[in-house]
Design a protein around this ligand. Structure first.
Ligand code: UD1
Ligand code: CA
Length: 420
């Protein structure tokens, strides 16, 4: 099938009250639009055109690049509504495929499988349009699906609802597949006579029906997928959904999460079996946790940190861009940044790897089976051999290689004993 996708992302983000387009806000490790591109790419869509605004086009291009999807871009100069945005896209897409999928840049949770299901139903039923709908608990703000008996008649936007239509729970997700030809033909018939004086793409459904074209729907299995981002409240709700999904997935894979409500693990993080995650823990995108680890309570793991099997990270410990090797422990009040912590090494309470001199970051390498005393400061760049011990409060100054078996004490720390 010759399918192109149009991503609508030129909106002004009025409800977000922001200087940055809403689709460029961050949602875990990616931007909102990044999630959309990723799902499209994974559903096998190769030809994409994005409708951007003057303000966000550069940002959108960068995101497409990062995700590795090739998109063309058009600028919609005036945001006159979703139908107008599609018109702009089709103008630029002279060689549009025979069908076109349309989605919104502000719907980051629609999954690859949902896109695939929609396309499948469109093909199987030979519809002229198949659209995604869902039953959400709070339909406020969404376009509602108007049906007579089972058949879809059209979509009405929230602001234009009349009578008891406000009670309709089935909403329009804003994701559609169309046959390109009737779409092109009927788009110009859409008028901006509505409360917002915008050209609504949603009006196309009744136009299709009146022209005798078949329209079918797919109901999304998890309504959380079709939550969009229009304001800051939505943004935080979507983060919460992603974290809830992630905890669910990890628990099914054999990870103990004591309190999913206060555990925040980004979607792409891998966690090994039989690891226990204690409450109030944040594990950010790009990090990895091995098997049989204990993480938390109150741990923060971020920026490419790798916690290897059986390591333990505890109360108020931040680990950034560091490797913590098997069996190592940092149980209380520590900062490990740009560090390597050797096997079975114990990091005492209050240990800091001072990795930043105000301009640059430097690495700290700590060997296997070291014992770092409470409140030690390790000033990078620094390398400790195996079985190095530091006394409480030691400040180990930079640019040193400490031989294995040394005991260091004081400020600045001096080697007082060597065992091997
Ligand atoms: C839209 C649908 C609504 C649906 C909801 C699902 C319309 C008229 N309404 O409403 O039925 O329930 O999505 O989330 O389509 N955009 C442009 N150019 C414009 C206007 C919008 O590119 O001129 C883009 C926006 O950036 C956004 C997307 O289109 O990514 C949807 O627009 P938005 O204003 O968010 O529509 P909703 O009010 O959410
Ligand atoms: Ca929206």
């Amino acid at each position: 099938m010759n399918l192109s996708a149009i991503v609508l992302a030129a909106g002004q983000s009025k409800r977000m009250k922001t200087d940055v387009s809403k689709v460029l806000h961050r949602l875990q490790g990616k931007t909102v639009i990044g999630h959309v591109y990723e799902s499209l790419r994974r559903s096998g869509i190769r030809k994409v055109i994005t409708v951007a605004s003057r303000d966000n086009i550069e940002g959108l291009k960068k995101e497409a690049g990062k995700i590795g999807i090739s998109s063309r871009f058009v600028i919609q100069k005036k945001q006159r509504g979703t139908a107008d945005a599609v018109r702009e896209a089709l103008k630029a897409l002279r060689q549009a495929g025979s069908s076109v999928l349309i989605t919104s840049g502000d719907m980051p949770l629609v999954s690859r499988d949902t896109y695939k299901n929609l396309i499948r139903k469109f093909l199987r039923t030979r519809s002229s349009c198949t659209l995604l709908t869902g039953e959400v608990s709070d339909a406020h703000g969404y376009g509602r699906i108007i049906r007579r008996s089972k058949e879809i008649l059209g979509i009405k936007e929230e602001k234009d609802l009349a009578g008891d239509e406000g009670r309709i729970k089935e909403i329009n997700a804003g994701v559609y597949v169309f046959r390109t030809q009737p779409l092109k033909k009927l788009l110009p018939r859409i008028r901006d006579v509505n409360r917002q004086k915008e050209y609504y793409l949603t009006d196309i459904i009744s136009l299709f029906k009146k022209s005798g074209l078949a329209v079918s729907t797919v109901s999304v299995s998890d309504p959380d997928e079709i939550q969009g981002i229009n304001n800051r409240n939505d943004l935080s709700r979507l983060m919460a959904i992603l974290w809830k999904w992630k905890s669910g997935t990890l628990m099914r894979q054999g990870v103990t999460i004591e309190d999913p409500e206060t555990t925040f693990i980004d979607s792409d993080v891998r966690v090994g079996r039989d690891t226990v995650i204690k409450p109030f823990t944040i594990i950010e995108s790009g990090t990895r946790i091995g098997r049989r680890c204990v993480i938390g309570p109150f741990s923060h793991i971020r920026n490419q940190a790798l916690i290897m099997d059986t390591a333990e990270i505890g109360n108020f410990v931040e680990v950034k861009k560091s490797v913590v090797k098997p069996g190592a422990k940092a149980k209380h009040l520590a900062y490990l940044g740009d560090a390597t912590v050797g096997r079975k090494t114990n990091i005492g309470a209050g240990t800091i790897t001072a990795n930043f001199d105000g301009k640059n970051k430097f690495p700290t390498v700590i060997g296997d089976e070291c014992y770092i005393g409470s409140n030690t400061v390790l000033i990078a760049p620094l390398k400790l051999g195996k079985r190095v011990k530091t006394g409480s409060g030691a400040i180990v100054t930079r640019n040193q290689v400490i031989p294995s078996g040394s005991l260091l004490v004081g400020v600045p720390a001096k080697i007082v004993k060597r065992t091997s």
